[in-house]
Write a protein that binds this ligand. Structure first.
Ligand SMILES: [Zn+2]
Length: 299
């Protein structure tokens, strides 16, 4: 059995079904949930759990990815610890804590293996050293256990997925020049194959936050449709006792008339035989404990 987390950056929920959730065509999610996702939707079934969880972490202001990702991949409330939300990448002062509380180190302590499925830039750590790239919380958490970061060779070989799902937006930016793009369905199949290679698979999709900020010219609906297609293909590849966790770090995409983050709650979707273990999760700092809990269940 394996666990995969599909992180979708900047996706919040509104109190009632509303655009873009209602205007997007989401066959996988709506057939799975029997409803359009919104923050008052609660599904608590043996193989399926869905609810909105808090991303504000008890701290004023708009939640941000630096502290959000750090909270997600350490199990520590990074915003409360820092006293504020910190944007984009982890606060330098929190890097020692990320190394100490790394999700991947905790998975290793359980005797389980991890695999990162997100494509990174080639020579990522060299670029970080040269200050041409800032490292994510997941990358710092991976570094402490020497976990490999896949790059363009793995993308080419069908072993990893870019943060924009298809590679098309990265190609427009010149970041994947000359490499073929894939469908969202193929991205999901790739993540499904990764499930057979490790006990824990970690994938990060930043596309919705970029679209929410209007940094990528794509509609919120089409963005949700790509996620839906990817998740549908991934779920089709899951085996008995595999678990899928889908979670975000803060709202953004759901506020179609705004270009900034929101304090809306974010979706927590868990698919798999032990989905109801997610019932105790209240906020995004409790995702690491959930992952470890699911990995601790003996089959
Ligand atoms: Zn953002």
């Amino acid at each position: 059995m394996s666990v995969i987390v599909c992180f979708i950056d900047g996706v919040g929920l509104l109190p009632t079904p509303a655009p873009p959730w209602t205007t997007a065509h989401l066959p996988s999610l709506t057939s799975l949930l029997g409803a359009v996702p919104h923050s008052n939707l609660l599904i608590d079934q043996p193989n399926l759990y869905f609810r909105a969880i808090d991303a504000t972490l008890g701290v004023e202001g708009l939640p941000q990815s630096g502290t959000g990702h750090t909270s997600l991949w350490t199990g520590v409330n990074a915003s409360a610890l820092l006293g504020r939300h910190y944007p984009a990448y982890p606060a330098p002062s929190q890097r020692p804590m990320i190394a100490e509380q790394s999700l991947f180190a905790k998975v290793q302590q359980l005797g389980r293996t991890s695999l990162i499925a997100t494509v990174h830039r080639d020579n990522y750590w060299d670029l970080v050293a040269k200050r041409e790239q800032r490292a994510t919380a997941a990358a710092f958490a991976a570094q402490v256990v020497d976990l490999a970061l896949p790059a363009t060779p793995e993308w080419r070989n069908g072993q990893a997925v870019t943060w924009d799902i298809t590679g098309a937006y990265l190609q427009q930016w010149g970041a994947l020049a000359g490499l073929p793009t894939i469908s969202a369905h193929e991205a999901g199949l790739r993540l499904g194959r990764a499930l057979r290679l490790a006990d824990f698979v970690h994938y990060e999709c930043y596309l919705p936050d970029f679209v929410g900020h209007r940094r990528i010219a794509e509609t919120p609906e089409r963005t949700l449709e790509l996620i839906d297609s990817m998740l549908g293909a991934l779920i089709s590849q899951m085996q008995t006792n595999d678990s899928l966790i889908v979670v975000s770090d803060h709202g953004n995409l759901e506020m179609i008339e705004h270009t900034s983050h929101s304090r809306n709650p974010v979706p927590l979707l868990v698919v798999g035989a032990n989905a109801q273990r997610a019932a105790k999760v209240e906020d995004i700092s409790q995702i690491t404990p959930l992952i470890l809990d699911l990995l601790s269940i003996e089959i």
